[in-house]
Design a protein around this ligand. Structure first.
Ligand code: UT7
Length: 326
């Protein structure tokens, strides 16, 4: 069995910044309420001409360059997204074509905000068995396209962005890579966070009373997020046979600073070892974790050899964690 390690990382966020002051003009809210309850000050929103594949392309290009590879060396592409450009084809196929990759396998994986972790877990299996050597894993979402900007309980949270890892077979003599993965689902919780319209149950154009926009029970999701993320971190630490103090960085899904703080507190994890980007980028679903890792690698906090614990939850309900050495 081979170990999968990260050889390249990249991310992309659109230029347009939607601030709390902008939202104050759109719904009945305040900068003070949003910052206190969520920790978010601003978020990035895709331009009208941009779709998920455009964001994914920029992040993918950066990850390939960071790895020092060329597109024709990639053996497979997996894109985690809940907001593809179209119901089909997969965003991954658009990416394969635009990057100029060979006729390699390329498909999307939908596991909402855990999608990037599920895609990493899947890619790591293909590398472990020796089937593929270099796999491009992208998390990309344009949640602004499914956000209701008249609903103050959701529009303050969501945003757009993309992040990518180039996952490669570990070379001889290197001791890096994915050490443990754990992902879970409980479909009983689906009504607490979902998009009612736009799928095969209520196709477009949607009935007037059925929105193709996010519907969420914020309080319920908040509690589920904290308990499920704390549980899966404990599970991974135990399964890997390590101590929490062995982890250099906890990188949680960026949904709400209060959720991040509550998870760290439950795990007695020092706040200075938790990476947060939610203040400037909000929640861009499958993109939050690779975006946060990319930022921390580029600003020098995360270094080669550091142990990272990635943890996420999302609509489904889905949750999971991945332990790796960078
Ligand atoms: O990837 C997963 C995505 N989803 C999440 O992570 C969501 C998790 N949940 C949350 O982040 C939080 O529950 C929210 C930020 C959505 C809401 O924060 P909260 O502290 O749970 O507030 P709440 O729902 O308990 O609402 C408190 C009050 C309510 O007013 P009343 O009933 O006390 O009079 C709301 O109507 O705040 C009101 N409220 C707002 N006020 C100003 C709700 N949204 C806003 C707003 N501005 N934007």
């Amino acid at each position: 069995m081979y170990k999968a390690c990260i050889t390249g990382i990249g991310s992309y966020v659109p230029e347009h910044v939607l601030t709390n002051a902008d939202l104050e003009r759109m719904v009945e809210t305040s900068d003070e309420w949003i910052v206190t309850r969520t920790g978010i000050s601003e978020r990035r929103i895709a331009a009208p001409w941009q779709a998920t594949s455009d964001l994914a392309y920029h992040a993918a290009e950066a990850a390939i360059a960071h790895a020092g590879l060329t597109a024709d060396q990639i053996d497979m592409i997996i894109v985690a997204t809940s907001t593809p450009d179209h119901p089909f084809p997969p965003v991954a196929c658009q990416l394969q074509h635009r990057l100029g990759c060979r006729h390699i396998p390329a498909y999307d994986l939908g596991a909402t905000c855990v999608g990037f972790l599920s895609a990493l877990e899947t890619a790591a299996q293909f590398i472990a068995t020796g089937k593929h050597k270099h796999i491009l894993v992208v998390g990309a979402d344009t949640l602004s396209r499914v956000t209701d900007y008249t609903d103050r309980t959701t529009c303050i949270l969501f945003s757009d962005g993309a992040g990518a890892f180039l996952l490669s077979r570990q070379e001889e003599g290197r001791d890096q890579g994915i050490l443990h993965t754990a992902t879970h689902a409980d479909g009983a919780h689906f009504p607490h966070l979902y998009v009612p319209g736009g799928g095969s149950r209520h196709p477009q154009p949607v009935a007037p009373d059925t929105k193709a926009k996010i519907v969420m029970d914020g309080r319920k999701i908040f509690k589920l997020a904290v308990t499920s993320m704390a549980q899966t971190v404990r599970e991974t630490i135990q399964a890997a046979g390590i101590d929490a103090s062995d982890i250099d960085w906890l990188i949680p899904h960026q949904a709400n600073q209060r959720i991040i703080d509550a998870v760290a507190e439950q795990l007695a994890f020092p706040p200075e070892k938790v990476i947060s980007t939610v203040k400037h980028y909000g929640n861009n679903s499958a993109a939050t974790i690779p975006l946060a890792v990319d930022q921390a690698v580029r600003d020098g906090r995360i270094r080669r050899g550091d142990t990272l614990l990635l943890v996420a939850f999302g609509g489904g309900l889905v949750w999971g964690s991945i332990l790796l050495t960078y």
